[in-house]
Ligand binder design. Structure first.
Ligand SMILES: Cc1ncc(COP(=O)(O)O)c(C=O)c1O
Length: 449
């Protein structure tokens, strides 16, 4: 059962291929550290036991204990500006020397400056926000605020989505690896099929009649008392990019039935898709928007719930109450991150380089029978594999991943069969195209092309 669940998620599974890779690449010092890690940390899926150990992370690269460097196209989706950006490090160091912490009941300059900057940039008119030390916590605040503001508790969210690993977040999440065997979950957390034309529950098969939105409209009507629809604007695990009409119709359905629209952009905001906020490409206004991950510059934990001012209704209750709610260190990192994104024009870069990279991947998809589809939004890129010559797409994806790791490229496999390529937005062009070549060579070597 455990293996079956791991394979669905499809990252580095505990299997023979991983063992073989470790036997070939991991020396005694690393082996010792991995054993210690496995001794002291409780084991959990996709975490401990670990694949390898790191000694450094800088720019577009991570470096393992034995000195091998890997281009990091995985980065837990927090590396929009790369690892350890000097401007972020300097801002944190400076704040560390002056205001390392700000106890509750006090505010501080970096926190207020950050709140102002995010609210003014967000595609929500007159926005206000709450900060939290992580994405899952910010999702929890959004759920509480939606209940408070609407007086209703039901939610509609998507199968195969991820919103964090706490009990409330897995209640609305739709991945078995987080949900199975751990209930009961939050009552009223209902699920609907996501927009996923390649595996459409309504049989669209790529024509995309958007029956998935019609079905949400239908469920909202039948239930009649849904507080909120929660959706990842673009699902990051396998890069599902709904067409423009999806969000127009979803917004209209929510309005028609009095449900709030909450967007989870935790891994994809801040330039990843070519916009500061991914929903900008759709031109609709959500009721709430949740961001996180790269907000802390890739080195401080920080997330934000950004909401329309009409939801400023929680004066009598604590929605977050997190110890590190207004961390001056995290806020200084976030302010520096926003500056870096603007100074280095990373949204534009994400769009331009992303378009070039997508063209390369689409060309590969046309030439390679094992590729079902190439997708991309900015520098969030995906190559979905298909079964080929008696090999499953999942087996191929795993084999390609290990070949790439050997060559010095790390990325994530999503939904078992999708190679997700998410480089830092300020990656050197040569590195980006070397990585695409490396993926292509690995794929060709696996299928004997
Ligand atoms: C879409 C999405 N939502 C929520 C989360 C949870 O964020 P955090 O790990 O910061 O709690 C993640 C993390 O991977 C995510 O990808």
């Amino acid at each position: 059962m455990a293996d079956a669940i791991n394979i669905e998620e499809g990252d580095v599974n505990l299997g023979p291929r991983r063992q073989a890779w470790q036997a070939a690449h991991i020396g005694p010092e690393t082996r010792g550290l991995l054993a210690e890690d496995a001794r002291w940390f409780l084991h959990q899926s996709m975490s401990t036991p670990c694949l390898n150990a790191l000694s450094a992370a800088a720019g577009s690269r991570i470096v393992d204990l034995e000195g091998r460097a890997y281009l990091d196209f995985h980065g837990n989706s927090l590396h929009q500006i790369g690892h350890g950006h000097p401007k972020v490090v300097a801002a944190v160091k400076q704040t560390l020397d002056t205001l390392p912490f700000s106890p509750r009941r006090y505010t501080n300059l970096p926190a207020v400056a950050l709140a102002r900057a995010l609210c003014q940039a967000a595609p929500i008119d007159g926005a206000k926000l709450l900060l939290a030390p992580g994405g899952t916590a910010a999702i929890g605040m959004a759920l509480k605020l939606a209940r408070l503001a609407t007086g209703k508790f039901k939610t509609l969210s998507m199968w195969d989505s991820f919103h964090g690993a706490s009990l409330d977040a897995i209640s609305i999440g739709g991945e078995a690896v987080f949900r199975r065997g751990i209930g009961p979950l939050l009552p009223g957390s209902e699920h609907v099929p996501p927009h996923d034309p390649g595996h459409c529950a309504f049989g669209c098969q790529g024509s995309c009649a958007l029956r998935c939105v019609d079905y949400i409209d239908y469920c909202l009507e039948k239930e009649g008392d849904v507080a909120a629809v929660i959706v990842e604007t673009i699902r990051a695990t396998d890069v599902q990019i709904p067409p423009i009409d999806y969000y127009r119709r979803l917004r209209a359905a929510c309005d028609r039935h009095g449900a709030l629209l909450i967007l989870d952009e935790i891994p994809i905001a801040l330039g990843r898709t070519g916009h500061l906020f991914a929903i900008e490409r759709y031109g609709i206004e959500p009721d709430m928007l949740v961001i996180g991950k790269g907000l802390g510059g890739g080195l401080m934990p920080l997330a934000a719930l950004i909401a329309h001012p009409r939801f400023d209704v929680g004066q009598h209750i604590s929605l977050g109450h997190y110890t590190h709610e207004k961390s001056p260190l995290a806020c200084a990192a976030a302010l520096a991150t926003l500056d870096v994104i603007a100074d280095e024009q990373l949204c534009e870069r994400s769009r331009t380089l992303g378009a070039q990279a997508l063209q390369r991947l689409q060309d590969l998809a046309r030439r390679c029978p094992a590729v079902a589809e190439a997708r991309g939004a900015g520098l969030l890129l995906a190559l979905e594999l298909r079964d080929h010559n008696g090999r499953t797409a999942a087996d191929l994806a795993e084999a390609v991943l290990y070949r790439c790791l050997t060559a010095g490229l790390s990325f994530k496999v999503g939904q078992g069969t999708v190679l997700v390529l998410a480089p830092p937005l300020n990656i050197a062009e040569d590195d980006l195209f070397w990585a695409l070549d490396t993926v292509e060579q690995a794929l060709k070597a696996e299928i004997g092309a």
